[in-house]
Design a protein around this ligand. Structure first.
Ligand SMILES: [Zn+2]
Length: 336
């Protein structure tokens, strides 16, 4: 192994042996916002051999405040996050494999997305997909590291299947309800996801090199108040996921329209649709509104509404949080 990692291999807990293990490891980062960009840059620079970055979104100006892999040019080029992240990170480390995938992680594709991964890292902004990750992790015995940040605070926990508490053990309906209230309104200052993403990265390194010092607690931080605390976690006797009931993976709780956290937009998923030709769609939509597209996405303006369509048939309807309105526009203009 060459000099690139010398400052890391001098660190005795990693050493040359740990570095070799990192190089032979494969991780899937699901979600490439603030947390995902921090985790990805850390693990790419640390020399993890294979890194898959999955994200459904494109880059907007309000992302630049905290999503450290993106810049204004990416926005001008209309790049999805997964594409911009892959492009940039390949310049940072050409010795590893980096794959950006523009997709919404959902019950229909998640098992394929994490296939072969030694570890899953959560860079998501929504609870439903986290519960899905938890299911796929337990089903396929792939550890995952949860992270979340909002306002000036954040949390992380590590899930090792059959060994630790899982996310569903901890995340009961009551905790979900209290957290959901703040999502759209609380905002976030960037040190919060920077710290949480960094804690997730160090946890990833420990898991990948086989360290026994894995975090067994819920770590809660508040950067504004300088607080850092550990809360012990226990397995819940009636946890469905721990008993092999994968209700999110089995799509019992899947939804087609999802209001996107803090963005005043609604995403429409159509698990039944196959790949869409954006060129053909643009041809159809030109008659009714303003259309622009590249190979990654199509933008469509009509009736003072903006819709973004992706080749997998997914769409984001902007400037609304009304799911039924968004569904209506989707079926009206895309007919899928
Ligand atoms: Zn559980």
């Amino acid at each position: 192994m060459i000099d690139r990692y010398s400052r890391q291999t001098i660190f005795p807990e990693i050493g040359q042996a740990g570095q070799q293990k990192l190089a032979q490891s494969s991780v899937a980062i699901i979600g490439c916002g603030a947390l995902g960009t921090v985790i990805a840059t850390s693990l790419v620079r640390a020399g993890v051999g294979k890194i898959k970055i999955v994200d459904r979104d494109f880059i907007e100006y309000h992302n630049l405040q905290r999503q450290i892999l993106f810049d204004e040019n990416d926005i001008k080029e209309g790049l999805p996050k997964a594409v911009a992240a892959e492009r940039y990170l390949k310049k940072v480390n050409s010795e590893i494999q980096i794959e950006g995938i523009v997709a919404d992680a959902n019950y229909a594709n998640i098992e394929r997305l994490v296939e072969g991964a030694d570890l899953i890292l959560d860079g998501l902004d929504n609870l439903e997909t986290r519960l899905l990750i938890n299911d796929v992790s337990l089903k396929h015995k792939i550890p995952w590291v949860y992270g979340g940040a909002i306002s000036s605070s954040g949390m992380t926990m590590t899930v090792i299947p059959d060994k630790t508490a899982c996310f569903r053990c901890f995340w009961t309906n009551n905790t979900a309800r209290s957290a959901a209230l703040t999502c759209d309104t609380a905002g976030v200052i960037n040190p919060a996801p920077f710290i949480v993403g960094s804690l997730q990265s160090v946890e990833a390194m420990k898991i990948l090199i086989g360290s026994t010092e894995i975090n067994k607690d819920l770590i809660v931080i508040d950067v504004w108040h300088g607080e850092f605390s550990h809360l012990p976690l226990g397995r819940r006797a009636d946890c469905p996921a721990c008993h092999g009931k994968y209700e999110y993976l089995d799509a019992k709780y899947g939804t087609r329209a999802t209001s996107l956290c803090g963005q005043n937009s609604v995403q429409i998923l159509n698990p039944k649709s196959s790949m869409v030709s954006l060129a053909a769609l643009a041809g159809r939509l030109k008659a009714v509104g303003e259309v622009s597209y590249n190979e990654f996405m199509l933008r469509f303006l009509v009736d003072n509404r903006e819709m973004v369509v992706f080749p997998d048939g997914r769409a984001i309807v902007k400037n609304t949080s009304d799911e039924s309105l968004a569904k209506g526009l989707y079926s009206k203009y895309l007919g899928m």
